[in-house]
Every structure is written in structure tokens, then in C-alpha cells.
Design a protein around this ligand. Structure first.
Ligand SMILES: N[C@@H](CCC(=O)N[C@@H](CS)C(=O)NCC(=O)O)C(=O)O
Length: 221
């Protein structure tokens, strides 16, 4: 049996779900290789030596990479851009559209993603590790506030009536942002963000998003 072209090192997390959504959107065949980050498989020396120096997921292998040689890529934003270039889809048609797609992709990669990740850590993970409420309070407030500021940015932007982050066309910017809007980190009161909520429903209704989010690894809880 022939192997699918793409292999995705994956755990059920927002950065990995960006890639399953993108692969589903493009209709590309892929196989999942689970890397259980809850037990530290990303730190396995064999994974670091043979797959990625970055000891994180997602990692995508294109078995038919440029010049026919396999290509192994980490960083979800770089993977999205690679797949967009390969397919000629989802990264804008004109220079203007491409610039705006990149702008919002970078906004997610440098802002919403890391800030939400830190908020998740201080609000969800660190309390379970036994840190005192007092020692966590500053970090919780700092990252919750920053995430809320980023939601206000999105609300102002989408409030102008555009359907998607970079304009009228769905793009990798939407794919990068959508999986990060998780309950643990989004503002508790979403009433100031009606356009963000509407965008979230619009994107979530796509078959590719439903399929990409439905990818499960056996051990994940
Ligand atoms: N900027 C990277 C972040 C990758 C990342 O932090 N991945 C998380 C899962 S979403 C991970 O592998 N965590 C394991 C760890 O923290 O050791 C990307 O967008 O791909």
C-alpha cells in the first residue's frame, strides 16, 4: 500500500489542529504520527535527532518535497505558508491580499498564539502543578489582559463587516486563529465581541474545520 504524501507529527492541540484543518481544506492525503506531549515524547532524543531539532509539534513531512526530496518542516505558520504555496490556495490572490494574509498570520503566530498559550499555562496548567494562587496571580492577570486586548483588536477589525480576517476570502490567517479560540483562554464575557463570535461560527461551520478538529489520537483525553 502506498503511503500518503504527507506525514504529520501531531497531538491534539491548537497548533497541530491548524495543520489538520489546512490538509482537510486542500483535500491532501495525510497520516498522523502521534507525539504525546503530555508524557514528554517531544523530548525523546530520537524524535529530536531524526525529526525536529525544535522538540515541539506540529511537524509536517512532505514525502515528495521540492526537487523530489522529502521536506520536514516545523512551525505551524511556516507549514501553513508552505501548503498554501504548494496548492496556490488560501494565501491571497493579489499582492494586497497576500500582504494582509501575512499580517494576520504573523499576528496570530507572534501574538494571539503565544499569549493564549501563556494564559493557558497560568490559568489551567500551573494550578494543577501545585503553585500557590498568590504566585500565579500576576501571570494570570497579565496574559488574560493581553488576550482580551487581542480580542478587542479582532472585534474592531471584523466589526468593519469583512467576512474573514484578510477580507472576503477565507485564508490561512483564519485557519491559524480559529483553533486557538478555546474556552479556557478566551474572555469569560464574550458579549463585547459579537463580530468575533460570528466569525468563529462562520469558520467553524466549514467541513474542513469540522474534519480537522475531529482528528483524534488514541491516548488523548
Ligand atoms: N510556534 C510553534 C509552537 C509549537 C508548540 O509550542 N507546540 C506545542 C503544542 S501546541 C508543543 O509541542 N508543546 C510541547 C512542549 O511545550 O514541550 C508552532 O506554531 O508550531
Amino acid at each position: 500500500m502506498t503511503q500518503p504524501r504527507f506525514q504529520l507529527y501531531f497531538w491534539q492541540t491548537a497548533n497541530c489542529q491548524k495543520i489538520t484543518i489546512m490538509l482537510e481544506e486542500l483535500g491532501y492525503a495525510y497520516e498522523i504520527t502521534p507525539i504525546n506531549i503530555t508524557v514528554g515524547e517531544q523530548l525523546d532524543p530520537a524524535f529530536i535527532q531524526n525529526v525536529t531539532v525544535n522538540n515541539r509539534v506540529p511537524v509536517l513531512v512532505d514525502r515528495e518535497g521540492p526537487d523530489g526530496a522529502p521536506l520536514t518542516l516545523f512551525e505551524s505558520g511556516a507549514i501553513l505558508k508552505y501548503l498554501a504555496r504548494l496548492s496556490g490556495k488560501l494565501a491571497g490572490e493579489t499582492q494586497r491580499e497576500r500582504a494582509l494574509v501575512d499580517q494576520w498570520l504573523m499576528w496570530q503566530m507572534a501574538g494571539l498564539g503565544p499569549m493564549s498559550g501563556q494564559s493557558f499555562h497560568f490559568v489551567h496548567s500551573a494550578p494543577a502543578m501545585g503553585h500557590s494562587a498568590q504566585s500565579l496571580a500576576y501571570g494570570q492577570t497579565r496574559y488574560r489582559d493581553e488576550v482580551e486586548r487581542l480580542y478587542r483588536v479582532m472585534e474592531r477589525h471584523l466589526g468593519d463587516g469583512r467576512a474573514y480576517m484578510a477580507g472576503e476570502a477565507f485564508s490561512i490567517a483564519d485557519i491559524a486563529i480559529w483553533p486557538w479560540m478555546i474556552d479556557v483562554v478566551k474572555p469569560t464575557d464574550m458579549s463585547p465581541f459579537p463580530h468575533v463570535e460570528a466569525w468563529h461560527r462562520r469558520v467553524g461551520a466549514r467541513d474542513s474545520v469540522k474534519a480537522g478538529m475531529a482528528v483524534r489520537v488514541p491516548e488523548a483525553v
